[in-house]
Design a protein around this ligand. Sequence first.
Ligand SMILES: *Cc1c(COP(=O)(O)O)cnc(C)c1O
Length: 418
Amino acid sequence: MEKKPFVTLEQLKEIEKTYPTPFHIYDEKGFMENARKVSEAFSWNKGFREYFAVKAEPNPFIIKKLKEAGCGVDCSSYTELMIADKLGFRNDEIMFSSNETPAGEFKYCNDLGGIINLDDITMIDYMEAECGIPETVSCRYNPGGVFEVCNGIMDNPGDAKYGMTPEQIVEAFKILKAKGVKNFGIHAFLASNTVTNEYYPMLARTIFELAVKLEKETGADIKFINLSGGVGIPYRPDQEPNDIMAIGEGVRKVYEEILKPEGMDDIAIYTEMGRFMMGPYGALVTKAVHEKHIYKEYIGVDACAVNLMRPAMYGAYHHITVMGKEDQPKDHVYDVVGSLCENNDKFAVDRELPKIDMGDFIYIHDTGAHGFSMGYNYNGRLRSAELLLKEDGSVEMIRRAETPADYFATFDFSDIMK
Ligand SMILES: *Cc1c(COP(=O)(O)O)cnc(C)c1O
């Protein structure tokens, strides 16, 4: 299935008059409808809440919208907590899933009443020293080994730095209970960008079985189970998208099977999705500005890896549409590249595309999560603006583009760059 941009060429020509390329643009209608669907998929569970993973798209304008759709926030750093704070998130609307947590962050979370999700047993003392023992604490689980579904290995938790071993999490619950914790949560994130409806139900089975064991062995009162992120999106046109209704239903079945017979059917289900909430609803819009014909055919664009790092970092595929040429034959093979002095600065390698002319809009799909947010400033390149295509069709700037003054702002203690 060909992937369709959520803006037209005519809209982009109009937008460009005010906001020059490159920019990330987000589809409000798309992500709000999706957020409502997520709530619906888990509406069978009374306490359900999606905590949007702020790191996926840390833009307060977007997060404010998701708050209106009923989402909480999943933060993992001080500045992410500041966004939550400014937007008025409090108490159980904030999940703090950090690891190797720097000083001051547990305290800030606790001051906002947020829920601390401990990554490690050694963090109990660290947390206690900083902010005492909260009434509600969550612990992150890592079963080790490989995480498999019927069609193969999904990921390798045994190699991941996160979470506690089965023995440690039992011990952590006992210690926390003895220290006065009243409400417990369990969290696990065992596979990333899964494009199968089986991931959450499989993960739920693992955590639900652990929850039964933990209640039996420690007497802890488990109030919520956090399935975290990892629900993926079809970056490639031939991938079948996840069906969130089927996923919600799959989790419900396992809940009925494992928790209900134990009388544990008051447990709330939480999720911390980032990619699934925003990924498909963002795009990086850039323009072809140079062409080069050497051993391969290159198209140089006005964006580069600082605007979207995933292809350079993971060799990730991002689909490309050459705007206005959707119906033309893909009879050219290009590397679509940015200007960094790094040869991995390629949005596409050996990609079959229609003939690209200078000035064509190049629409890079699925940049709504882990796109802008992974930006950096290598080669002195600057981060782009972010725009919101609103439900009424108008466009709002929700972050301005960086200027050289931003790049040099950290020399403001001196006159050297004045
Ligand atoms: C990154 C992350 C998420 C979001 O992951 P997605 O794959 O974007 O859904 C959720 N929880 C934690 C703790 C994370 O680190």
